[in-house]
Design a protein around this ligand. Sequence first.
Ligand code: MEV
Length: 437
Amino acid sequence: MASPRTSRLTGFYKLGVLERRRRLLELAGLPADGFAAVDPGALTLDVADGMIENVVGTYALPFSVAANFIVDDIETLIPMAIEEPSVVAASSNAARMARPRGFTTTLTAPVMIGQIQVTHIADVEAGAAALRGAATELLAEARRLVPRLAERGGGPVAFDVRILAREGVDGGVAVAHLHVDCRDAMGANLVNTLCEALAERVARIAGGRAGLRILSNLTDGRTVTVRCTIDDAMLASADAAGPDVRRAIAAASRFAELDPYRAATHNKGIMNGVDAVLVATGQDWRAVEAGAHAYASLSGTYGPLAVWKERPSGDGLEGVLTMPLAVGTVGGALHVHPGARLALELAGAHSADRLAALCGAAGLATNLAALRALATEGIQRGHMALHARGLARAAGATGDLVDRVAAELAATGDVKVDRAREVLARLAGAAVVKETP
Ligand code: MEV
């Protein structure tokens, strides 16, 4: 799909599901049955049975679109699959604040690391030196094993060695790292195949025994950096002036830099956005999670993946996120999962780089939204309002009764499903009585 004319979906949340679909179909130029891919049953039992073992059903999540994103000057719809209320609304709201300049991204080459562990090396220094000496030859062999990847401009690009232990239960231990540019593939299969193919030769050269051969999920050679600036005027809320919100968000960011307990929650807010896009687009989100948290600890202390600082000009905030993002637009579940293909289409993400950029932008947006809420009215008011709508629906409310029941629950602060049923019974009864002549 070409990028939509705009991602500014004013009033979108007020429409019914079918109306929303109609609007997106038109905007994104999708075929009329485009959303059949996320209808119940679109992932058939047969296909699901071929994906994993012991299948007894399929499992659904809400599929949604976050609005207002401009990423690298391109209007972009951000598909999200997530069970948590308020993530989609919050990220759309943050993206609206960032709209004047949008999000800008820079990416490293999509280089993954494969590890070959070698144990029981008698002289680990000599073993490592021998491996370093054979690097060119080993790289050439690795390249020969993946000719098609090389034709697409990727392939093995570097080989290095780290000494892990000089002695101990496993004797001298070293690990060889094969760095592979995976282009648009996430690359797990590719890298694992290469490591398995090279392992015996690597162990022989080092004078030890081949141990594990597997990619590392700490993909610090495959990162995305996302930046945005937000003007004070955008930060202001009903009860707080822009400069106050700016100062409070910068202070919240420093809190995450000082305290791993806070940094974990700060990063959870980032992963709310990142994971929602990963799940919608059929990615291995566990791999990205593992990489993100390992990366956040690389300095020796767990820290935030994104930081916010007051702009030197004194007006507004600058946010910067850097994190590893190993994603793919070919291979994996994408061959078979209809919803994942639709999500990539909606996002206009035809390369792994673009998809990683969008995940990073979604993460920076959810982080900003969380910090702004925490720094002003707190997270619960907005959360509860959305939760109340969910409970109103669960209690059986439809149409405008959803908002009326939710408003009453939120106003009393008693946001429980039993209470929603009571309120619904009263309001629905009143509605019936009113209609009776
Ligand atoms: C909740 O899902 C995410 C937050 O806890 C993130 C944060 O505290 O920054 C609100």
